[in-house]
Write a protein that binds this ligand. Structure first.
Ligand SMILES: N[C@@H](CCC(=O)N[C@@H](CS)C(=O)NCC(=O)O)C(=O)O
Length: 202
């Protein structure tokens, strides 16, 4: 198994945190996004979208999409489940993971794509679009703040993939100007607990 990783990027970080939570290590190769290694034919032959992470299996099978990679690893290593322990919990975690992807991560990333230096010359940038999604992200932060009242974790009574997806998204938001407003006490409390986990810097 070989994991194609990009250290500073959000989606590979999901897989790294997932692995660290499980106590697993797998061989890793860094892809240099700044120098556009991900857009060269060799990497495009691994993922035609030019995105990381990619997990290459020993028989050459390629898995892309961070969540699909984590699901595969969960099936191989079910101990310390991060996708749920019961059928209902699995559905609830899936529900929350999708809500976080669409409501929280998508506007943070869309703002970044329209305003970030990394994306200059890679995608068409429209600053007004960036501002629009910045505002949508802040609305979604308020929604999540209310949802977190009385909850230690997002989707279950223990840490799950939904928390991983959210904490990685908020980390990008922090680095790209869409920060959690300090008055959102529940979200601030939850995020502080997530980044205090020993695996947060994986
Ligand atoms: N939905 C995919 C998204 C993958 C993705 O957007 N990867 C980013 C890193 S966070 C990437 O490789 N970007 C490099 C680029 O597009 O230049 C996943 O969850 O794995």
């Amino acid at each position: 198994m070989l994991l194609y990783d990009m250290t500073s990027a959000m989606n590979p970080r999901r897989v790294r945190i997932f692995l660290a939570e499980k106590g697993l290590t797998i061989p890793t190769r860094q892809v240099d996004g700044l120098n556009r290694e991900n857009l060269q034919p060799e990497f495009l032959s691994k993922n035609s979208l030019g995105k990381t992470p990619v997990l290459e299996l020993d028989d050459g099978t390629l898995l892309t999409e961070s969540i699909a990679i984590c699901r595969y690893l969960e099936a191989l290593h079910p101990e310390k489940p991060l996708f749920g322990r019961t059928v209902l919990e699995q559905a609830q975690i899936e529900m929350w993971t999708r809500r976080i992807e669409f409501e929280i991560v998508m506007p943070i990333i869309t703002n970044f794509r329209h305003t970030g230096q990394y994306w200059i010359g890679r995608v068409p940038q429209e600053p007004a679009c960036g501002e629009f999604y910045h505002a949508r992200a802040l609305e979604a932060f308020e929604w999540l703040d209310k949802e977190l009242v009385g909850k230690e974790f997002i989707a279950a009574d223990h840490y799950t993939i939904a928390d991983i997806v959210a904490q990685c998204g908020f980390l990008v938001g922090k680095a790209t100007g869409t920060r959690i407003p300090p008055e959102l006490k529940e979200l601030t409390r939850w995020y502080a607990a997530m980044v205090a986990r020993p695996t947060a810097r994986a």
